[in-house]
Design a protein around this ligand. Structure first.
Ligand code: RIB
Length: 332
């Protein structure tokens, strides 16, 4: 499959301006999220309900949206700490392997007794599109106590997603805001977060479907848009409606078509995507979010950070798996 380059509906940016590191970011990213082991099967096409299909290659790889984002942020140059839980099983080693290699601080990763490490069952079709079932396991053992004392400070970027308990996401966002840190919230999978958590996001990172769901959670009129029909124009109006409902900033990812950026008091714009051969989209959205968070922590503005995130995600879809497909060049 080839993904197309973007056509922007408003201002379209290739290489937006950057601000200096000293001005805004601490260079530190704290990811509070899931750590999984991904069990992959390649298939010609995804099975229909009740159908059995024969798979091609199978593999076991490190994954989890939180861990993927942490690895991506570290590879993008940030100083990254991971907060999460793994089981007391052999899979934990797999789940943590590339976090270790990327130099992520694992001092706040807790091992939970008698509980399996999170597991994701993933089928990837010839089109590169995946379907994923996550069995949370130890990820759901994360508690308020785990996020009570993260030592957050102004300029830190805290990355959150939906594979850990909802109350822990809400509490972490509340603490981050109180500490003056920036919240980067990836509403994936969609979970029922408090409206205050969604509004604290700066940015809220969503794909088209998640943008619609976020509108639902905030009681925002989605303008009659349906999942199948969201293009860059519709994504922009949705993103602007979310900002209008109090979300600090919104980035809607559109795959190869780039990403729409909306923030209060400024014109929305589209960052261009890249035309690449897609092998496997697994973890590409996480790569985008983690890279974007790193660039924000290093002082980029949102447009510049999204542009770098787009390039990182374009690289990620050209390889197999999540973390292994990221840009490890220059790392041993
Ligand atoms: O976004 C991809 C990730 O979703 C996979 O690595 C899997 O573990 C699930 O969390």
């Amino acid at each position: 499959m080839t993904s197309d380059a973007v056509t922007g509906n408003e201002e379209t940016r290739d290489e937006p301006s950057r601000t200096t590191t000293a001005a805004r970011g601490s260079g530190r990213v704290v990811v509070v999220g899931s750590i999984n082991v991904d069990l992959f099967a390649r298939v010609a096409r995804h099975p229909r309900p009740g159908e059995t299909v024969l798979g091609g290659d199978g593999s076991t790889r490190p994954g989890g949206k939180g861990a993927n984002q942490a690895v991506a942020a570290a590879l993008a140059g940030a100083d990254v700490a991971m907060v999460g839980c793994v089981g007391d099983d052999a899979q934990a080693r797999v789940g943590l392997s590339l976090l270790r290699r990327a130099g992520v601080d694992l001092g706040r990763v807790r091992e939970v007794a008698d509980t399996p490490t999170g597991l994701a069952l993933i089928t990837v079709a010839d089109s590169g599109e995946n379907s994923i079932i996550v069995v949370p396991g130890a990820n759901h053992a994360l508690t308020m106590e785990d996020v009570a004392d993260l030592g957050l400070t102004t300029g830190d970027v805290v990355v959150l997603q939906g594979e850990i308990p909802v109350d822990v996401v809400d509490e972490t966002a509340r603490r981050a805001v109180a500490a003056g840190a920036r919240v980067c919230l990836n509403l994936a999978p969609v979970v029922d977060l408090a409206a205050d958590t969604l509004r604290a996001a700066d940015p809220l990172v969503v794909n088209e479907h998640e943008a619609l769901a976020a509108a639902g959670l905030l009681g925002v009129d989605a303008g009659g848009h349906e999942e199948e029909s969201i293009d860059a124009v519709a994504a922009t109006s949705l993103a602007e409606a979310l900002v209008g409902a109090g979300v600090r900033s919104v980035v809607v990812t559109l795959g190869g078509a780039g990403a729409v950026v909306a923030l209060e008091g400024a014109e929305s714009f589209t960052c261009t995507g890249e035309r690449v051969e897609v092998v496997d989209t697994t973890g590409a959205g996480d790569c985008f979010a983690g890279t974007l968070a790193a660039r924000l922590a290093l002082g980029d503005d949102l447009g510049a950070a999204a542009a770098v995130g787009n390039r990182a995600a374009a690289k990620a879809v050209q390889g197999h798996g999540a973390q292994e497909s990221y840009d490890w060049e220059g790392r041993s």
